[in-house]
Design a protein around this ligand. Sequence first.
Ligand code: BMP
Length: 363
Amino acid sequence: MADRHPTLKQTFADRARTAAHPLTRYLFRLMDLKASNLCLSADVTTARELLTLADKVGPSIVVLKTHYDLISGWDYNPQTGTGAKLAALARKHGFLIFEDRKFVDIGKTVQMQYTAGTARIIEWAHITNANIDAGKDMVRALAEAATKWKERIHYEVKTSVTVGTPVSDRFDDSDAQEQAQTRQRDDVDGRKGSIVSITTVTQSFEPADSPRLTKSHHDQGDDAVFPGIEEAPMDRGLLLLAQMSSKGCLMTREYTQACVEAAREHKGFVMGYVSQEALNSAPDDTFIHMTPGCKLPPPGEEENGQVEGDGLGQQYNTPSRLITICGTDIIIVGRGIIEAADPPSEAERYRRRGWKAYLGRLA
Ligand code: BMP
């Protein structure tokens, strides 16, 4: 861990003022507002379970992490499907959606996987992540795809097919040349042109988290917006998978360092890391860290006790260790919450422990 980096002693409210990425600034504000540094890894198997869990646990979390490809019955409709419904729940409860897609491929392929295909991840997930084993150009590729997407969602494609004399107030400056040509033709003919046809094709692209989309979920009561903060900005963010929690992970120090360099090169898109420790080391590093492999011993037992792995390579640390010693900002918890008898109250237990550890770190 980058010992004594100033961000380790800063409040989330302070970091909300200094973080480079707009979505990170928003997330820190959300954390401060909800007194939560908890991300739920919603690794359930059906869309129905996912939406129910998100609704029930939503009040305790600031990030909901998905693996859309392990969900059966995922509805791909961009307006009314599972992504749009999750986006509505995210607005209602005040959390961001993080699709744990771990992109790793050449730039062109990851662009397509991110923005197109069946899932259109960029439409509903505020955050996604990448393994940069393929080289850091793919981070630039994803950043460019996100920029294009953001431009496109406010963009209206207008195709105007005109013959004759256009009515001037229907056209903007870009049509001035065409109008001039029409006037020239009028002069040559010595007679007035007439409008034969004006066809305007308007295609609107609506973001999945547009307030207007919530209208389709009125029947579910999910059109509310979490009080105390505005809706999340339209920016999309990337986390770099810099270190993993699994036993025998092959990510070397050099690989992790390459992630740090790629993050610094793309501050406008990279929010931070999925890592096992804080990686901010340069004075102006303002990245956020999210850490999986987190579990509490059962209620009543010592929090700092050892928690066994899952027998399939997953290793666990307690919230206290990850936040206080390793310096992470957000703990990612899956089975620790999902498999509890009462997931919402177990999520609250994790939220309280996580927040206490954060306050302890500040002190
Ligand atoms: P659980 O808390 O149930 O072990 O789940 C951890 C979640 O975090 C899983 O979704 C897994 O894919 C993810 N994850 C991880 O466990 N370790 C990593 O290093 C990176 C991950 O994304």
